[in-house]
Ligand binder design. Structure first.
Ligand SMILES: NC(=O)c1ccc[n+]([C@@H]2O[C@H](COP(=O)([O-])OP(=O)(O)OC[C@H]3O[C@@H](n4cnc5c(N)ncnc54)[C@H](OP(=O)(O)O)[C@@H]3O)[C@@H](O)[C@H]2O)c1
Length: 288
């Protein structure tokens, strides 16, 4: 019998990336749900949905993701990223459901000069980062079987993301300014989703439960990322590197948030593609 997966937040960027792969995993039965069926601001609706669907696994792609706006509405970010997640985890724990959840490189302060491991101390610099970190903690404290994936700089064919914005602006303008003082790694959402689904298909053992980092391999600044988008998409706009001080964003981002991926690579015996290879493949696939 196929393993039933409840996908929460199926309309978001990562949620759509999961759904797009559903046909590749016939061993998994997908039930997808979005805001019309539940609301993270009314957490009882989440428990009701889980009781109704009775999945083996719940993949939570819901989050308050407006990084700058979260500085102005921290209560809302807290309600969605922490309080609702706490109730979700408690229900998963009660019902014996494996909870798959996503977090962010913004849980770190960026002061470390080398890649962050799962064991490194968190020190979020923004409301978004803080609520995402606290969301991890409520899951870990709940006793629910869980996999939490910290990821960074997601892009895909879905939703709003940096690559889509760069392609759009690159086709419209002769010149773009992009920050060159934040270091991290892009992540192709389809590869993250595929890694998770392959794991669920193969079976997750209790000793594998826990926190994992997943991004593409390699290191980049947003400037490097933008230059690569222009190159692989054959756009001629010039990219000008600037300091993040020029953009005056409300929320502070870590200046360095490279994620070490040794844990997932060892546990799953996988290789992760370099960000340039994934980006090139993604942009070339779009040309067909
Ligand atoms: N995007 C990135 O670069 C990035 C980087 C690191 C980590 N992450 C993490 O990865 C995960 C997925 O991110 P994403 O890029 O896919 O985000 P996204 O595109 O903003 O999707 C968020 C989803 O949450 C839903 N949602 C928000 N508030 C809700 C509520 N009150 N009730 C029900 N649903 C609600 C949205 O529904 P609507 O569509 O109806 O609004 C949407 O489906 C998140 O945990 C995020 O923190 C993302």
């Amino acid at each position: 019998m196929a393993k039933r997966i409840l996908l929460l937040g199926a309309g978001g960027q990562l949620g759509q990336s999961f759904l797009a792969l559903a046909n590749h995993f016939p061993e998994l039965e997908f039930v997808s749900a979005n805001r019309s069926q539940f609301d993270f601001l009314q957490p009882d609706t989440i428990s009701a949905l889980l009781q109704e669907v009775k999945p083996a696994v719940c993949i939570n792609c819901v989050a308050y993701t407006a990084v700058d706006l979260a500085e102005d509405e921290p209560e809302k970010a807290q309600a969605i990223n922490v309080e609702a997640v706490q109730q979700l985890a408690a229900t998963c724990q009660n019902m014996g459901i494996l909870l798959v959840h996503f977090s962010t490189d913004y849980v770190f302060n960026g002061a470390r000069g080398e890649a962050y491991t799962e064991a490194d101390e968190t020190d979020p610099q923004s409301e978004y980062g803080r609520t995402k970190r606290d969301g991890e903690r409520v899951i870990q404290a709940s006793g629910a079987a869980h996999l939490i994936f910290r990821t960074s700089w997601l892009y895909s064919a879905f939703g709003k993301n940096f690559v889509k914005t760069m392609v759009h602006l690159g086709a419209d303008r002769e010149e773009l300014t992009v920050v060159d003082d934040q270091v991290g790694t892009p992540t192709y959402a389809a590869e993250l989703a595929n890694t998770v689904l392959a794991w669920l298909r193969d079976g997750v053992t209790p000793e594998q439960y826990g926190l994992y980092h997943y991004s593409n391999e390699g290191v980049a600044t947003w400037y490097d990322f933008a230059c690569a988008v222009m190159e692989y998409a054959n756009l001629s706009a010039r990219v000008i590197p600037v300091s993040s001080k020029v953009f005056q964003q409300k929320a502070k981002r870590p200046s360095f948030s490279l994620l070490a991926k040794n844990k997932i690579k060892n546990v799953r015996k996988i290789e992760i593609p370099h960000w340039r290879d994934s980006l090139r493949e993604y942009l070339h696939a779009g040309e067909d």
